[in-house]
Design a protein around this ligand. Structure first.
Ligand SMILES: [Fe+2]
Length: 191
């Protein structure tokens, strides 16, 4: 059941990035932090490229196998499938608000509101997975199912065609202000 551990680790990383963005927005609003727009962009990119594009397909595979084993959780699975499918639209809204903020700092309030909607959505989404669907999978899948799902996850991890998200995450941590990050340098300086 490596898959469950991997999904849990990924949720932790995503929750960490959501927390970091919220923390920075609060400080920017309070006037105690100069916004690092490149860092905001990198974090939103992480949410898009990692959460929506790399993380969700793995869950979809696990959920598809779960569906073959039980009808329990059917409503939750339908909700999650619809939410995964709406990813591009969700991230486009957030990107638009960030682009506006990058062009005009006076739109901080609108970007913050757009981000809060995204973060609230994502928290609820992860809770539905963690509280309802993953425990169900834990009990319903057979050892052969887990072998299949774990193999799919291993294949996804070995696919180095994409970005190095571990390195990206490390850079985000390096640049995020203390105490959530190291506050070491502006994001643009890490390239
Ligand atoms: Fe998830």
């Amino acid at each position: 059941m490596n898959a469950l551990r991997i999904l849990s680790d990924e949720h932790q990383a995503l929750a960490g990035v959501l927390h970091a963005i919220r923390f920075m927005l609060k400080k920017v609003a309070a006037g105690t932090l100069e916004p690092d727009r490149a860092l905001f962009q990198a974090m939103v990119h992480y949410l898009d490229a990692y959460a929506e594009q790399r993380h969700h397909p793995k869950e979809d595979r696990l959920f598809a196998v779960l569906k073959t084993r039980t009808d329990d959780g059917a409503a939750a699975l339908a909700t999650l499938a619809a939410e995964h499918a709406a990813g591009p639209e969700r991230i486009a809204t957030l990107r638009r608000a960030l682009a506006d903020f990058t062009a005009d700092p006076r739109t901080l309030g609108a970007f913050t509101a757009a981000f809060e909607r995204y973060a609230d959505f994502y928290r609820t989404h992860m809770m539905l997975e963690e509280d309802t669907v993953l425990p169900l999978a834990h009990h319903a899948l057979t050892p052969a199912d887990w072998a299949e799902v774990d193999a799919f996850f291993a294949e996804a991890a070995a696919d180095k065609g994409g970005e190095d998200f571990t390195a990206l995450f490390d850079r985000l941590v390096e640049c995020a202000p203390e105490p959530i990050g190291l506050g070491a340098r502006p994001y643009a300086a890490t390239r």
